[in-house]
Design a protein around this ligand. Structure first.
Ligand SMILES: O=C(O)CCC(=O)C(=O)O
Ligand SMILES: [Fe+2]
Length: 292
C-alpha cells in the first residue's frame, strides 16, 4: 500500500496516477489517442462537458483522500451567501437581476497552497501531457495552469447537508476528479455556455436561477471519473449532499492567460483570504469582457 511518504520515495510518475492504457494522454497522436480526443470533443461540443470514467487509479485516489483527511483542520469552511459572480449586492438593480440572486453556500476548500509536492494532485497538475490533453479536448491549445496560488488546484469538500449554489468560475476551464462520492446528492449540474466571453446573457442566467431546467445538464460522477468543463461560461452548482459520507473532489484548473488571478472579493469568499498576488494583480486587464 502506497502512503504519502512512500510516494515521494517512489517518485509519482503519471502512470501511477492515470490509467494510461485506457486514456493514452501520453500518446495523443496515436490512433487510440485521437479516438479518445474525438470522444472528449464530442462531449464538449454536444453537452458542454466530457466525462472520462475511471481516469484516475484507485491508489492515487486513496492518496488524495488521505491528503484531505490529514489536513482536514486546515480546510476553509464557508457559510456565506453569494451570487453567481461572487460580487457584492447592487441594490440599484432590479430585484430579479442575476447579480441580486444570493444563495447560501456551505462547503469547504482545501486550498491549493496546502497541496504537498509529493501529492498525485501535484504530479497531475504539473504534467505537460495533462495540460496538452485538456487543451486539445477543448480545442483551445493556448491554455495555462492558473496563476492563482489558492485556486489553481484545490480540493473541494462538502459534508452531509452542504450545498454549493449556482455560480461561474474565475478561471476558464476546470477539470474535476471525484475523490470520494457522497452517499446521495452532491450531483454536479451545469448550464453549458450560458454566457460568452463578450456577453453576460443575463436573461438566460435569470431563467436558470428561476428554476428553468431547459438548459440544465446533470452529471453523476463516480470515484475516479474525470470531467472537463467550461466553468467561466457554463453556470454550475452542486446539489445538497446527503447521507453520512463527505464528498471530496479534486479541481485542477486552467486559464486562457498566464497572469490573472481571482479578484480579491472572490478569493476571500471562496478560499478565506486574498494573498499579496491577488492585491498586486487586481488591476490587471482580463482577456474577456465579463464583469467578474
Ligand atoms: O464540486 C464540484 O463538483 C464543483 C466545484 C466548483 O464548482 C468550484 O469549486 O468552483
Ligand atoms: Fe465552480
Amino acid at each position: 500500500m502506497m502512503t504519502l511518504a512512500t510516494l515521494s520515495d517512489l517518485g509519482s510518475a503519471l502512470s501511477d496516477i492515470v490509467d494510461l492504457q485506457r486514456y493514452p494522454i501520453d500518446r495523443l497522436d496515436s490512433a487510440d489517442g485521437q479516438h479518445m480526443l474525438a470522444d472528449a470533443r464530442r462531449g464538449l461540443d454536444s453537452v458542454g462537458c466530457c466525462c472520462l470514467p475511471n481516469f484516475v487509479k484507485p491508489e492515487a485516489l486513496a492518496l488524495m483522500k488521505a491528503e484531505i483527511e490529514a489536513g482536514y483542520e486546515q480546510i476553509f469552511w464557508s457559510e456565506n451567501s453569494h451570487n453567481p459572480y461572487f460580487s457584492k449586492d447592487q441594490p440599484e438593480l432590479a430585484a430579479d437581476h442575476p447579480r441580486r440572486h444570493f444563495e447560501r453556500r456551505t462547503s469547504g476548500f482545501f486550498n491549493a497552497d496546502l497541496i504537498a509536492a509529493s501529492s498525485p494532485m501535484t504530479t497531475l497538475y504539473d504534467s505537460e501531457l495533462m495540460r496538452r490533453f485538456v487543451g486539445e479536448s477543448l480545442r483551445d491549445t493556448h491554455i495555462y495552469c492558473w496563476a492563482d496560488p489558492l485556486g489553481r488546484n484545490p480540493y473541494g469538500v462538502m459534508k452531509p447537508g452542504d450545498y454549493f449554489p449556482w455560480h461561474f468560475d474565475g478561471n476558464a476551464y476546470t477539470v474535476s476528479i471525484l475523490v470520494q462520492e457522497a452517499d446521495a446528492g452532491g450531483v454536479f449540474e451545469y448550464a453549458p455556455d450560458l454566457r460568452a466571453p463578450d456577453n453576460e446573457h443575463y436573461p438566460a442566467v435569470a431563467e436558470v436561477l428561476a428554476g428553468s431546467r431547459e438548459r440544465v445538464q446533470q452529471l453523476a460522477l463516480k470515484e475516479g471519473d474525470l470531467q472537463i468543463f467550461k466553468g467561466r461560461y457554463s453556470m454550475h452548482r452542486v446539489t445538497a449532499v446527503s447521507g453520512s459520507r463527505n464528498r471530496y473532489i479534486a479541481l485542477p484548473t486552467y486559464t486562457r492567460d498566464p497572469d490573472t488571478v481571482n479578484n480579491v472579493e472572490r478569493s476571500r469568499q471562496i478560499y478565506g483570504r486574498a494573498t499579496a498576488v491577488h492585491h498586486e494583480r487586481a488591476a490587471l486587464a482580463r482577456i474577456d469582457r465579463l464583469s467578474d
